[in-house]
Design a protein around this ligand. Structure first.
Ligand SMILES: [Zn+2]
Length: 134
C-alpha cells in the first residue's frame, strides 16, 4: 500500500516504475482505492489523500490565451439568449483561454460573472464527500 501525496506520484510495487497520475486514474472499490501501473498493468492499493486545498489543487488559467472584450461580450449575449430560450436551465458557462463567462438564471433576474485568470478544480463524483477542503 502506498500513501499518495499531493504530487500524485507513486512507485509501482511490481516493476518499480514511477507513476504520475490524477484522480481519474484511481479506481474506487468500497473504501479502498487502486491504481494500475501503465508499465506492467499491476494493480495496487493506494491511500489517497482526498483533501483539497485552494490554490494547490486547482488548475489556474491565469496564463491562458487572452480572450478579448468583443469575444467576452458575444459569450455574454449567447449565454443570456440560451438561458432565455431554455427556461429550465439555471446557468450557461463558456470558458476558453484565460476567461470564463457564467450566466445564471435567478428567480427574478440574470446574473453574469466574467472571470479572467480563474482557477478550476474538477472533482470525480464517486470519490470523497467533498467536506474535506482544508
Ligand atoms: Zn509496474
Amino acid at each position: 500500500m502506498r500513501i499518495v501525496n499531493r504530487d500524485r506520484i507513486v512507485t509501482c510495487d511490481n516493476c518499480g516504475k514511477m507513476i504520475e497520475f490524477d484522480q481519474f486514474d484511481i479506481i474506487n472499490r468500497g473504501n479502498k482505492n487502486y491504481i494500475t501501473c501503465l508499465n506492467c498493468k499491476h494493480k495496487f492499493e493506494v491511500l489517497y489523500d482526498q483533501t483539497h486545498v485552494y490554490p494547490d489543487d486547482f488548475c489556474s488559467f491565469k496564463t491562458g490565451v487572452n480572450i478579448d472584450n468583443k469575444t467576452i461580450n458575444e459569450w455574454i449575449k449567447d449565454g443570456l439568449n440560451i438561458l432565455k430560450r431554455n427556461s429550465d436551465d439555471t446557468y450557461h458557462l463558456n470558458a476558453s483561454g484565460d476567461t470564463v463567462v457564467t450566466c445564471y438564471s435567478m428567480d427574478d433576474c440574470y446574473m453574469v460573472h466574467v472571470s479572467k485568470g480563474y482557477s478550476e478544480l474538477i472533482l470525480d463524483k464517486d470519490i470523497g464527500d467533498y467536506n474535506d477542503f482544508e
